[in-house]
Design a protein around this ligand. Structure first.
Ligand code: BG6
Length: 481
């Protein structure tokens, strides 16, 4: 649908930007913080780009006031950040670490004093190592009460000031990388366990959403899902079926459970046939059905294109494939599951140096698919361009990022004009930060940070051209994008 006249962004639209604790804070062992699985995983040789870690990251822990000041000068309306579980409970459960609680309380107060709405992610992948050691973390149902206890502590401490909560960040990514392809902690390849881990995460997510609602907190809660809309390479019915398979197993498999409390029919049947379906205990089905998120958090980066993949002799590399973590264009490998689908290049879209497709229309499609299937408001919790940036004479001319974001802002406007209820847009990311597997050279921020793979940078903050562009976008409520 082309619109002659596009709808305006709502007047209370949350224009913002995002981050995650491990990627920005540093201070990995300060003020009583416990170790997370990431603090340890990064020390395994070969796991991260050039052995980079978040020990110092961009030192946000010590520089948060400077970071908030720059947000205020930009006119930012919302800031999404995550809480490190290990700062609140160094051992995942048990005694609360007051210094950790205070750090985020001060950050929240500082944001509010500057008119910035805090959006809190409860879990962005940095599981306490103590819980991994005690019972395998997400591999055990014991994670459910521990996750609820941790979240309840946050709701009690900050529920009077925080109105937007993200329960789990990208469950589909952290489980895929942790238990299918072994590139995130705990570094396993175990298809059966992968689906069981997901089941526990679904239960924990539902339990936390219920807890939030039971507590009667004045606010909204939902998960953030990494949604990659799936396309077919052409109208060959088999290729269309391949795209549907990818959508069913790669998207409905999670979002249906969040919203309807049920696994989608075709996906569950596929898992049952292969002995991979998760084990349900009494009460699980009821718990999943009882929880309802208030919004769907959408992390949108790219789209994927599919072709049929025959059961005999097809591409089979779903549990290990070459990812481009070096920024050398063209080094990533397509993947596939025989009998289901394989990914292929889309000739209609450009790609980044890390081989991610650039597809703003895909964002409009993502928003519409979510709105139609789930009938929920959507909060875009991540979207952005990871690229090399060059500091020249104290400036960063990132016109490629402005171009990327401009097109995505327009796509949001079009989706709103189509009838989608979009609450806000927090780009990835606010400052440059550590990309889990890609080091510091893959930059996403509006604010450049002098940090690199040597991890000895001056940590100086320098607003990029995109910072000033976004400032105008916010000031005009999206009209000057
Ligand atoms: C999302 C994560 O998957 O994408 C972020 O929530 C991450 O934490 C972002 O940094 C970009 O991915 P990458 O691999 O380029 O850092």
């Amino acid at each position: 649908m082309e619109h002659k006249k596009l709808a305006a962004f709502p007047s209370d639209f949350l224009w913002g930007s995002a981050s995650a604790a491990y990627q920005i804070e540093g201070a990995y062992d300060e003020d009583g913080k416990g170790l997370s699985v990431w603090d340890n995983f990064v020390r395994i040789p070969g796991k991260t780009f050039k052995g980079t870690n978040g020990d110092v990251a961009v030192d946000h822990y010590h520089r948060y006031q400077e970071d908030v000041k720059l947000m205020a000068e930009m006119g930012m309306k919302a800031y999404r950040f995550s809480i490190a579980w290990t700062r609140i409970f160094p051992n995942g459960t048990g005694e609360v670490n007051e210094a950790g609680l205070k750090f985020y309380s001060d950050l929240i107060d500082d944001l509010l004093a500057n008119g910035i709405e805090p959006l809190v992610t409860i879990y962005h992948w940095d599981l306490p190592q103590a819980l991994q050691d005690a019972y395998g973390g997400w591999e055990s149902r014991q994670i459910i009460p521990d996750f609820v206890n941790y979240a309840e502590t946050l709701f009690k401490a900050y529920g009077d000031r925080v109105k937007y909560w993200v329960s789990l960040n990208e469950q589909n990514i952290f489980t895929h990388m942790g238990w299918q392809i072994a590139t995130h902690p705990p570094g396993k390849k175990d298809p059966k366990l992968f689906y069981q881990v997901n089941h526990h995460a679904n239960l924990a997510n539902a339990a936390v959403i219920n807890k939030f609602h039971e507590m009667g907190i004045d606010g909204k809660i939902g998960p953030s899902f990494a949604y990659t809309p799936q396309y077919a390479i052409d109208s060959n019915p088999l290729n269309v079926l391949a795209a549907e398979n990818a959508e069913e197993l790669g998207a409905h498999f999670w979002m249906d459970v969040y919203v309807y409390g049920e696994y989608p029919i075709v996906a569950l049947n596929y898992l049952k046939e292969r002995g991979l379906a998760p084990t349900f205990e009494p009460g699980d089905a009821e718990l999943l059905k009882s929880a309802k998120p208030d919004f769907m958090g959408l992390n949108f980066y790219q789209t994927a294109t599919n072709a049929w993949n025959p059961i005999d002799g097809g591409v089979e590399n779903k549990d290990s494939y070459q990812m481009n973590t070096t920024g050398k264009k063209g080094t990533s490998q397509d993947s596939g599951i025989p009998g289901l689908q394989k990914t292929v290049k889309n000739p209609f879209v450009e790609t980044t140096n890390w081989d991610w497709t650039i597809d703003p229309v895909g964002l409009r499609i993502a928003l519409r698919r979510i709105a139609s299937r789930y009938r929920l408001p959507v909060l875009i919790t991540e979207n952005g361009l990871g690229e090399y940036d060059k500091l020249e004479d104290g400036k960063v001319h990132d016109d490629y990022r402005i171009d990327f974001l401009k097109k995505h802002v327009l796509a949001i406007k079009e989706a709103i004009s189509d009838g989608v209820d979009v609450i806000g847009y927090t780009t990835w990311s606010y400052t440059d930060l550590l990309s889990w597997l890609n080091g510091y050279q893959k930059r996403y921020g509006f604010v450049y940070v002098d940090q690199d793979e040597t991890m000895t940078g001056s940590l100086k903050r320098i607003p990029k051209d995109s910072y000033y562009w976004y400032k105008d976008v916010i000031a005009s409520n999206g009209d000057d994008a």
